[in-house]
Every structure is written in structure tokens, then in C-alpha cells.
Design a protein around this ligand. Structure first.
Ligand code: G4P
Length: 284
């Protein structure tokens, strides 16, 4: 499946991010916990060169808990600080400020030696579209400010949100673009709904998702749609169409509609907590 991204935006986004990088101490990289590899743009390593780093595995509520733990171990082993979060409901949010300080401890120490005390750490959120950047910024600003009993002080020009006396957050996130050289990346992002469905062949996509479920989460399709799973993916999709009464005129099955239902229910977590990617055991 060949999926195109919007190359025009990339150049602009990259330029903006390069400018913003000059203003900050730490880059907080938001990844989707269901697809941490596909939602990560490796260019961030050169863009954020010399910056402190923190990885957040967002939408952890939609991902498999056991696999979330494996991803945390994976990043820790690589020496990357990581927190599993649900920016929508707040899980993991309380530990963010402490993690930022931990990640920037060299800077804090350097400042202290120079006699600079209480200079707030400046942070920027980055991530691919739809990964939850705005949700995170809203949640972090609100939670942290409520906690210290303070209102967010917003300054003109570059907009900074004063989270507390220790952290200031740039209120415009950096938008990264996914890496599409690998077809798998495009497909995984399509599964989670990060790519506009209008440009996708939904039936093909949902059949690939069905094949993934059969292999990795046996039983979930049978349970939700009362389908026989020991069949080809298209036959299973036909079963879902029957179960949900997706019919065209003349009682023909409406595969397109069934595919849409399956994709939407998976993306909303109705099929349970599912991770598409998991770390390879031997990766160091
Ligand atoms: P962006 O700025 O990176 O583009 O992403 P944004 O915050 O707009 O979030 C994209 C979607 O992801 C939103 O859903 C948002 O609610 C949802 N989201 C963000 N963080 C989490 C999370 O931790 N868990 C879950 N389950 N969802 C999360 P939406 O459907 O576009 O809007 P709405 O349903 O919130 O109205």
C-alpha cells in the first residue's frame, strides 16, 4: 500500500522547528504507544542535537499494558528517559515535571555552579500529527498549574506557558512528519487513523488489520463480531459485514462500510487495548 504524505508542510515545519530549537533546553517527544517506531521520526535526533530529551508514550490507555512496559524498558535500556502517559485522562502527567528536571539535571547543576538559581527549564513538545500534542499541552498546563495553585502566565511574542517555577513550555508544538520509506510505517499509521481515510483503500487496510489480529490477538474478532476466525481476511470481513448488517441494495455485502466500522472500533479502543508494534527482544 503506497501512502503519500504532504511534502509541502514538511519543509515549513522543519524550518520552524529549527528556529524554535534555539529557544529551548529540552525536547519532549510524543510517540503513540501503539506504534512507537512508526510514530517516531528519526530526524529528530539531528534536529534536537545537543538538547536534553524526554520520550512520552502517549495514548497508553489504547495500547497493551504489557507491551507498554516492554517499550519503557526498551527506551530506558537505550539511555532515553521515558514516561507512559494518557494525555486525555491525565495518567502519568503528575510525574512529567520531575522527569523534565531529571533529564535536565546537568543544566540545572551547571546553572547552580554559575550562581544562577531558579531559571526555569524551557521545553518544546514535538510529534507527528494526531499523536496528541495539543491535548498534552492543555493537560500539562492545566494540571501542573492547578497543582501549584497558579494561573498560566502567557507572554506575548513567542508564547510560553509557565507551568510552574521550574518549567516553561512553548505553546506551539513542533510538527514532525512520519517516515514513509518503509511501507510498514505507512500502514501502521493508517491503522491508528493518523492518515486521512479518504486517501486509503479501507477494505485492503482492514483486511491487513484482520490478518494482524488473527496472528497477534486471536479471539478478539470472534468475540466482538461473532465471526469464524479460521478464514481468509476477506471472508472474516464479510462476517463482520453480516454481523453489523452492512448491506448494499439487493442485499449484497457492503465491505467498505464493514471496513470502516472495524477501523473505527479498533481506533477507539472498542476491541480492547492493542499494540501494533512491540520491541524486538534483541534490540540494545
Ligand atoms: P495533535 O495536536 O498532535 O495533532 O493531536 P491532538 O492533541 O489534537 O489529539 C488527537 C486526538 O487524540 C484527539 O482525539 C485527542 O483527544 C486524542 N488523544 C490525545 N491524547 C490521548 C490519549 O492519551 N488517549 C486517548 N485515548 N486519546 C488521546 P479526537 O478524536 O481528534 O478529538 P476528541 O475525541 O478529543 O474530541
Amino acid at each position: 500500500m503506497n501512502i503519500q504524505w504532504y511534502p509541502g508542510h514538511m519543509t515549513k515545519a522543519k524550518r520552524m522547528m529549527q528556529e524554535d530549537m534555539k529557544l529551548i533546553d529540552i525536547v519532549i517527544e510524543l510517540l503513540d504507544a501503539r506504534v512507537p517506531i512508526s510514530s517516531r521520526n528519526p530526524d529528530i535526533d539531528s534536529l534536537a542535537n545537543n538538547k536534553f530529551r524526554l520520550v512520552l508514550l502517549n495514548k497508553c490507555d489504547l495500547a497493551d499494558e504489557k507491551i507498554n512496559a516492554k517499550w519503557e524498558a526498551y527506551f530506558k535500556e537505550k539511555g532515553i528517559m521515558v514516561v507512559t502517559v494518557n494525555a486525555r485522562d491525565g495518567q502519568g502527567m503528575k510525574s512529567i515535571t520531575a522527569k523534565i528536571q531529571e533529564a535536565c539535571k546537568e543544566k540545572i547543576e551547571r546553572d547552580r555552579k554559575r550562581g544562577i538559581l531558579n531559571r526555569p527549564i524551557r521545553a518544546m513538545i514535538v510529534g507527528i500529527p494526531n499523536v496528541g500534542k495539543s491535548t498534552f499541552i492543555n493537560s500539562y498546563a492545566k494540571k501542573a498549574c492547578t497543582k501549584v495553585g497558579n494561573k498560566p502566565g502567557v507572554t506575548k511574542g513567542k508564547q510560553w506557558i509557565r507551568i510552574n517555577k521550574n518549567v516553561e513550555l512553548l505553546d506551539t508544538p513542533g510538527i514532525l512528519w512520519p517516515k514513509f520509506e518503509d511501507d510498514m510505517v505507512g500502514e501502521h499509521l493508517a491503522f491508528i487513523g493518523s492518515i486521512n481515510d479518504e486517501i486509503l483503500q479501507k477494505v485492503e487496510l482492514s483486511c491487513n488489520l484482520i490478518a494482524f489480529f488473527k496472528e497477534n490477538y486471536p479471539g478478539i474478532l470472534a468475540e466482538r463480531y461473532q465471526v469464524e476466525e479460521n478464514l481468509e481476511a476477506t471472508e472474516i470481513l464479510a462476517g463482520i459485514a453480516k454481523n453489523r448488517g452492512c448491506l448494499l441494495k439487493g442485499n449484497e455485502l457492503n465491505y467498505e462500510k464493514a471496513a470502516g466500522i472495524l477501523l473505527e472500533e479498533f481506533r477507539n479502543g472498542k476491541l480492547g487495548r492493542i499494540s501494533i508494534e512491540q520491541p524486538l527482544l534483541e534490540i540494545k
